[in-house]
Write a protein that binds this ligand. Structure first.
Ligand SMILES: Nc1nc2c(ncn2[C@@H]2O[C@H](COP(=O)(O)OP(=O)(O)OP(=O)(O)O)[C@@H](O)[C@H]2O)c(=O)[nH]1
Ligand SMILES: [Mg+2]
Length: 350
């Protein structure tokens, strides 16, 4: 899973990056077009710990998440130049965006305006998509006039997309942008799954943070693939560098159950509708990601394409827990385990 951290300059993207990756310093990339910094985070999962304990494999491979700290959304709103080409090239292939919104006072930027900043960055993405749609429409409409009838459907979809973007609406509100084969390949920015993180200063009262969160939530109400949450990036970046025991103490003082890394990873899995499943054998215990609702057969196919369709659901071993805080335990029915190629297959039920 690869996520890009975007947001207006000075919104705290690099600080969020540090909070999520525990990285010390992503380098100085003030508002420019420099190469983004990549951080790779191994996802800690107590269910994988359980399987390791059970099987004592030679190798352990958790799921990993990659974060990119991307500069380049300027908020200037100039059509055609709204997001730098270089930044665009980095954003297009991402699975989702972490959209960082400032909610702390800044000496250079003044008091924060979270909803206004969120809208400004959204507008940049909408304008960027509009440029892509218009360019393609120009070409396709000429071809259709010349008699290439097979492009008529794409042209009609692009025209609908253009009128949405013209009205300032993101393409996540236009289902064909995600679903149609004709449009999916454009990887439009305004329909990328987005986790909006209101990056709050520690001095901000809870009630104010809630109010800002609610304003953004109201604004995106009814939008698919958008989640809104909070983060105290500055403090949490420091906490991410502490030992687990020290981190726990600081987190509980801030009334947070988990560090930014674990919280945001969970939210990202929810946003992308992913679950984790496991394989375990003597050589390796491994966590994999799978789209929720996909069958166990698909899980098998993820690991070995030749096994897609070979396994049947009841032979898989679901891991369950009675409470979310307790460690995960396998069901006690051994017929639910399947050994194949010296691997035991297990699929989570959540
Ligand atoms: N008080 C407070 N300050 C923060 C927080 N997050 C970031 N800052 C400060 O805001 C300034 C900008 O933070 P960065 O993380 O560099 O912001 P950025 O979005 O990466 O900036 P550019 O890369 O220049 O666009 C720094 O001085 C940070 O220390 C926060 O949660 N609280
Ligand atoms: Mg930065």
């Amino acid at each position: 899973m690869k996520l890009g951290i975007i947001g207006l300059p000075g919104s705290g993207k690099s600080t969020v990056f540090r909070a999520l990756t525990g990285d010390v310093e992503p380098g100085d990339r003030k508002g420019g077009q420099q190469e983004p910094t990549l951080g790779v985070v191994m996802v800690h999962d107590p269910r994988l710990d359980f399987l390791v304990d059970y099987q004592k494999p030679k190798k352990v491979t958790p799921v990993h998440v990659e974060y990119l700290d991307i500069a380049g959304i300027t908020g200037e709103g100039k059509p055609g130049r709204s997001i730098g080409d270089k930044a665009l090239g980095h954003i297009r292939p991402l699975d989702a965006l972490v959209h960082c919104v400032r909610f702390f006072d800044s000496a250079s930027l003044g008091p924060p305006h979270p909803l206004g900043d969120f809208k400004a960055a959204e507008e940049e993405m909408i304008l960027t998509d509009l440029v892509v749609v218009e360019k393609r429409l120009e070409r396709v409409s000429k071809d259709v006039q010349r008699g290439r009838k097979e492009l008529a459907e794409e042209m009609s979809l692009l025209e609908q997309a253009r009128s949405m973007l013209d009205e300032g609406k993101p393409l996540r509100l236009f289902p064909p942008a995600m679903e149609s084969e004709k449009l999916r390949g454009f990887a439009f920015l305004s329909c990328k799954p987005q986790l909006v993180l209101v990056n709050a200063g520690e001095d901000k009262p809870q009630s104010e943070i809630e109010a800002e969160l609610n304003q953004i939530k109201d604004y995106v109400a009814g939008h698919p693939r958008v989640r809104v949450d909070r983060l105290y990036a500055d403090a949490e970046a420091e906490i991410a560098r502490l030992s687990p025991d020290d981190a726990r103490e600081f987190l509980s003082e801030m009334a947070l159950e988990e560090g930014a890394k674990d919280r945001i990873i969970k939210k990202s899995f929810e946003l992308l509708n992913l679950i984790v499943f496991f394989t375990v054998g003597e050589p390796e215990a491994r966590a994999w990601q799978l789209e929720k609702g996909k069958t166990a057969l698909k899980a098998a196919g993820t690991v070995h394409s030749d096994m897609d369709g070979v396994l049947s659901g009841p032979r898989l071993w679901p891991l369950r827990t009675s409470s979310t805080r307790a460690p995960w335990r396998p069901l006690t029915r051994p017929e639910k385990c399947v050994w194949k190629d010296e691997i035991m297959w297990c699929v989570t039920e959540t």
